[in-house]
Design a protein around this ligand. Structure first.
Ligand code: F6P
Length: 331
């Protein structure tokens, strides 16, 4: 397919931005190969918006994205780029896009990233976002690229911690990522069989968490596990301090493990490889149809688009039914 005004093949760019997520490489690969299959040229932009501001682009061929499907992270690199939030930064990016003759852009990333995508859309760039973040806080996609793999990493860690916890009759707090969104914490708690969970959306008290951990021993458990979402109230250190100051009264010793970026570094599982492939290909198809300014995500079982204007500025709220399920199954 050629560009009507320049009579050359259409040329699009692809970048990954914000926190990396397992499955981003599958999405890059799908963008490149779907674009090439249409006779387009596809350019990779290095290091997210930083590479857009500096004009670091290079053409990608099919072999350039071979052997990456099973790898975590992003082969294009990612960055958090404060400069792109400024008007000057955005104008520099526009200039480089023009100079390189890019007439479409696919931006793979989460909430902050898609705010940048929306800014580009407002500046007239034909741009499509792809929903990717381990936090699963992005509106416009029921589940985002990376969540499933990050969740499985957290589960593996909790399973291991339970082994050592049982040997010592200890209790453990496991802090998981998610920024301000409790999704990963909640689902980790349900799928690992944790005794209690604290999410940022619902502040609680150290007394309640201590009582729920204690109740596990009263039921005959030889260990107890609490999952704490990053940014929750009370946080991990406050809980640790509270419980260990009352160790004798509570009857258990508490340790804590912060999983942090370990969750981001996983190799993508089957789900994220499929999701990345479907959403990456979907983004190119949207551009081919002349649809821009949208986020490509999974809604129900279908690849679907939502206007970026509806995606940015809000986040998904935690599902009360899942909170209730966590509570019921922990008793
Ligand atoms: O958005 C993904 C995420 O991993 C969040 O869960 C976390 O709060 C943040 O990124 C960490 O950011 P950074 O990698 O810049 O430390």
């Amino acid at each position: 397919m050629t560009d009507a005004t320049t009579n050359r093949p259409r040329r699009i760019g692809v970048l990954t931005s914000g926190g990396d997520a397992p499955g981003m490489n599958a999405a890059i690969r799908a963008v490149v190969r779907t674009g090439l299959s249409r006779g387009w040229e596809v350019y990779g932009v290095r290091d997210g918006y930083a590479g857009l501001v500096d004009g670091r682009f290079r053409p990608l061929q099919s072999r350039d994205v071979g052997g990456i499907l099973h790898r975590g992270g992003t082969v294009l690199g990612s960055a958090r780029c404060p400069e792109f939030r400024t008007q000057e930064g955005q104008q520099r990016a526009l200039g480089h896009l023009r100079d390189a003759g890019l007439d479409g852009l696919v931006v793979i990333g989460g909430n902050g990233t898609q705010t940048g995508t929306h800014a580009l859309h407002e500046l007239g760039v034909p741009v499509v976002g792809v929903a990717s973040t381990i936090d699963n806080d992005l509106l416009g996609s029921d589940i985002t690229i990376g969540v499933d793999s990050a969740l499985n990493t957290a589960l593996e860690a909790v399973d291991r911690l339970k082994t050592t916890a049982s040997s010592h009759r200890r209790a453990f707090l496991v802090e998981v990522m998610g920024r301000d969104c409790g999704y990963l914490a909640l689902v980790t708690a349900i799928a690992s069989g944790a005794e209690t969970v604290v999410v940022p959306e619902h502040p609680t008290t150290p007394e309640r968490v201590a009582a729920e951990l204690r109740a596990a021993y009263a039921r005959g458990n030889d260990h107890a596990v609490g999952i704490v979402g990053e940014g929750s109230e009370p946080g991990t250190s406050q809980l640790l301090e509270y419980c260990n100051a009352r160790q004798e009264e509570l009857g258990f010793e508490l340790r804590a493990t912060v999983l942090g970026h370990v969750q981001r570094g996983a190799a993508p599982g089957a789900f994220d490889r499929m999701l990345g492939s479907r959403l990456g290909a979907g983004a190119v198809e949207r551009l081919a149809e002349g649809e821009h300014g949208v986020l490509v995500g999974l809604l129900g079982r279908r690849v679907a688009t939502t206007p970026l204007a509806e995606v940015i500025g809000g986040t998904k709220s935690v599902d009360p039914a899942l909170l209730e399920l966590a509570d019921t199954l922990a008793s």
